[in-house]
Design a protein around this ligand. Structure first.
Ligand SMILES: [Zn+2]
Ligand SMILES: [Zn+2]
Length: 427
């Protein structure tokens, strides 16, 4: 194990997410950590939480964005509203997902009494320049979009009930004063608890990609460098040039609606297998520290999400591993899976992992129904998110289901995934 372990790549933990509570000096541990308390979001209307963060525990939010390589034109086509604006204020809210059931007759939705809250941050943005809009679009107060008006923009990530703030690893929370060109889509989907309505609430197209930071009139880049390709040639240049380009495109091509992909866009199989024995699938640096690796799951999704099949796929591969993923029908489990209509917010799904030292203590998976296009989408996204819940990071191509956009891959684990699971969780 030690030889193989040395070859596995580890993503620096600091890159994995913005966590408002940090713990330094965690030590290697081979024992299973005590189970973390269920990580829940703070709910609007309640007093702001005081620090109740469990000592030694960390949380990371791994978001899976819909778009990973769009051009400025592509972003423009899929954005109804494009502004250069400044964040005036921010507030925390949550989007609540209720348990669904695969079994007829079982309580689902609000009646189930079981829910999980996605922390979100809503930024009120004052519009300085308007590069694309339409008459149907409204401000948060129902007014007409215009220069000087404000819109609300929702970002995933926010406040947890233990006092931690949490943001996706590659998309920091918006800050007051932040100036950015924002490619926006009406958010739609489930209303955050404290929002009056979804009128005037927008999401950033492509998550980090459609959020182009601006300083002193110059384009700074996307909010996260891995996503900067689309605007690369504008970095360091006046923002007006970018806005001109957007306006020209918007005049020529009508708004195409949010980015929804036909199913399937293409089903890419694994690339040519090389002689390398290690396929380079990175991990987060933490894992489930049990042997055999018993991990319990509670599946609170309906029939569209093949959670059980995906658990089996990770357990029974061509390479033996020690994973034993199994259901727990009631009570707390290690991994809980939810679905909801999270809206056109730019992501397929995410995994929120908690860990202590180098050992995982819990994981929550959320799956977005809004972009659902059928069985291929459901299977690829479910396999991918369970991969995150097992501690695997992203891969650069479809040699692994952990490719950044799994919907473009074949809906199955590859020999690379089998190898990675076998090496990370040796039999
Ligand atoms: Zn915490
Ligand atoms: Zn992912």
């Amino acid at each position: 194990m030690t030889k193989r372990h040395a070859r596995s790549w580890v993503v620096p933990l600091a890159l994995l997410g913005v966590v408002g509570c940090t713990n330094a000096g965690v030590e290697e541990s081979i024992e299973a950590a005590p189970k973390d308390e269920q990580v829940t979001a703070w709910v609007p209307g309640k007093p702001l939480p005081t620090q109740a963060h469990a000592e030694g525990t960390e949380h990371t939010l791994e978001m899976d964005w819909v778009r990973h390589g769009g051009s400025v034109e592509d972003l423009t086509d899929h954005s109804a509203l494009i502004v250069n604006g400044r964040v005036e204020s921010t507030r925390f809210d949550v989007v609540r997902a209720y348990a669904q059931s695969k079994t007829e007759g079982q309580l689902s939705g609000e009646e189930s009494g079981i829910s999980s809250d996605l922390p979100v941050t809503i930024a009120t943005v004052r519009i300085d320049d308007l590069a694309r809009s339409s008459l149907e679009l409204k401000t948060a107060s129902g007014g007409v979009i215009a220069q000087g008006a404000t819109v609300d923009v929702m970002f995933p990530g926010g406040l947890l009930s233990d006092g931690c703030t949490l943001a996706p690893a590659d998309n920091p929370l918006p800050k007051v004063g932040e100036q950015a060109v924002l490619f926006l889509t009406p958010q739609g989907g489930t209303k955050p608890l404290a929002a009056r309505s979804m009128t005037g609430v927008y999401a950033v197209t492509g998550g980090p990609l459609g959020r182009v930071l601006v300083q002193d009139g110059l384009v700074q880049g996307a909010s996260s460098s891995p996503h900067a390709t689309a605007i690369q040639e504008h970095v360091g240049q006046p923002v007006d040039a970018l806005l001109d380009r957007v306006e020209a495109r918007a005049r020529a091509v009508q708004y195409m609606g949010p980015d929804t992909r036909e199913e399937p866009l293409f089903k890419a199989g694994p690339d040519e297998v090389t002689a390398q024995s290690w396929c380079g699938l990175q991990n987060f640096g933490y894992k489930w520290c049990r042997n055999p690796t018993n991990v319990t799951f509670t599946d609170l999704t309906g029939t569209r999400w093949p959670v059980g099949d995906s658990m089996n796929a990770w357990m029974y591969t061509s390479v033996s591993n020690s994973l034993y993923l199994h259901w727990r029908s009631s009570g707390a489990s290690d991994v809980t899976v939810y679905e909801a209509y999270y809206g056109y917010n730019g992501w397929y799904g995410y995994a929120l992992n908690s860990w202590s030292g180098t050992c995982m203590t819990g994981s929550t998976i959320k799956l977005n129904n809004t972009y659902y296009t059928g069985a291929h989408y459901a299977k690829t996204v479910t396999l991918h998110e369970i991969g995150h819940s097992l501690g695997f990071a992203h891969h650069g191509n479809c040699n692994s289901i952990m490719y950044t956009d799994p919907t473009q891959c074949t809906a199955a684990l590859t020999s690379c995934d089998a190898q990675a699971a076998g090496e990370r969780y040796p039999y």
